[in-house]
Design a protein around this ligand. Structure first.
Ligand code: SF4
Length: 349
């Protein structure tokens, strides 16, 4: 099951995804590359030696980069590793980007990651989200997130344990509800209605934030007090607002013709259809909280001066390829959807 832009995507061989990104490898991927390079007598093997490589805080190993922050194997915008050593030991992020895939008990869900400008152009050009169901289809990639197992803990938006089948039924109902609301109000009111349905509680009244306060993170005592009064907590604000420089692209992003309300709506529908966030936690409260956080961060990026498409690019860099989701709503704690709703749902786009 896929958004049709998945089938439309084709690599334009820009080589953009192999430089400037922090690509993370697990120890097995690192060892495979090390062994393959050692066997080939390649001088780059020591860079991948698991005995000396240093893991970052999350336990993964950053792909070694050159002084220009490019992969050591990037050759004239193409992957030299794949060319010389084959795809068998190519790390998963290199093999699957920019596809995103989730395996559920009944479906393989396929989408794209929008840090790729080609994927972003397809999102911007697509007039409305369609969902293609192809029972005999050959997916363009193996699944990455296997969320079909009954051994995982599945929880609904109220934190109650549910079966895998019930979880994915609930997920599908949320997606259908959000998609059906297209055209019935602006994207922020649609998102508000979705959150109120999922959490079965009214959203707190959004804060009236100016572009200055959003862009420069100026939360004075009065605003902080308002967050407390409305049942939120300002403690997640440093994470939500943390600066992350947008990744420079060496070409302009494509034009888009419809309004940004429509663009953000399409983006959120896509992220809800292929919920990559759930790879870490099969938790519907976490998913809906993150949709609200995406809207909040979108407003922040716009207030900081990013153009709409560039802001979507940045959202996937921060939320899909970055570690914002887990840091914003750490496992084991309550998903503070109220605070992100207060920031994300105020104003208009
Ligand atoms: S190994 Fe290949 S695909 Fe992966 S970052 Fe390097 S050049 Fe790109």
């Amino acid at each position: 099951m896929y958004d049709p832009i998945v089938r439309q995507w084709a690599c334009q061989m820009r080589g953009l995804c192999c430089k400037g990104y922090d690509i993370h490898l697990d120890r097995v991927a690192l060892s495979r590359v090390f062994k393959r390079l050692t066997a080939a007598g390649d001088a780059r093997a020591p860079l991948f030696d698991p005995a000396t490589a240093e893991a970052s805080d999350d336990g993964f190993f950053p792909l070694p980069l050159t002084a220009e922050r490019a992969c050591h194997f990037l050759e004239d915008k193409l992957c030299g590793y794949r060319g010389h050593f084959g795809a068998e030991t190519l790390p998963t992020p290199c093999r699957v980007y920019p596809y995103a895939s989730i395996l559920t008990p009944t479906r393989q869900l396929l989408g794209l990651i929008f840090t790729c400008p080609t994927a972003l152009g397809l999102l911007a050009a697509e007039p409305a989200l369609a969902v293609v169901v192809d029972p005999d289809g050959e997916p363009p990639m193996p699944f990455v997130g296997d969320l079909a197992s009954d051994r995982r803990a599945y929880v609904d938006a109220h934190g109650e344990r549910v079966s895998a089948a019930a979880f994915w039924d609930l997920h599908w109902a949320l997606f259908e509800r959000f998609r059906a609301s297209a055209g019935a109000g602006d994207v922020l009111s649609r998102l508000r209605a979705l959150a109120e349905h999922a959490f079965d509680a009214p959203c707190p009244e959004p804060l009236a934030l100016t572009a200055e306060s959003l862009g420069e993170t100026r939360f004075d005592a009065a605003l902080t007090g308002q967050i407390f009064l409305r049942g939120g907590s300002p403690f997640l604000l440093p994470t939500l607002f943390e600066p992350r420089r947008p990744r420079p692209l060496d070409e302009p992003l494509p034009d888009y013709e419809r309004g940004e309300d429509d663009l953000l709506g399409r983006y959120l529908e896509h992220r809800l259809l292929v919920p990559t966030f759930l790879e870490e936690r099969a938790d519907l409260g976490f998913l809906v909280g993150l949709l609200l956080a995406l809207a909040a961060r979108y407003r922040i990026e716009r207030a900081r001066g990013l153009e709409p498409l560039y802001a979507i690019h940045q959202l996937d860099a921060v939320f899909v390829q970055g570690t914002m989701p887990e840091r914003l709503f750490p496992a084991g704690g309550r998903v503070d959807w109220r605070t992100v709703a207060m920031i994300g749902l105020g104003g208009t786009l």
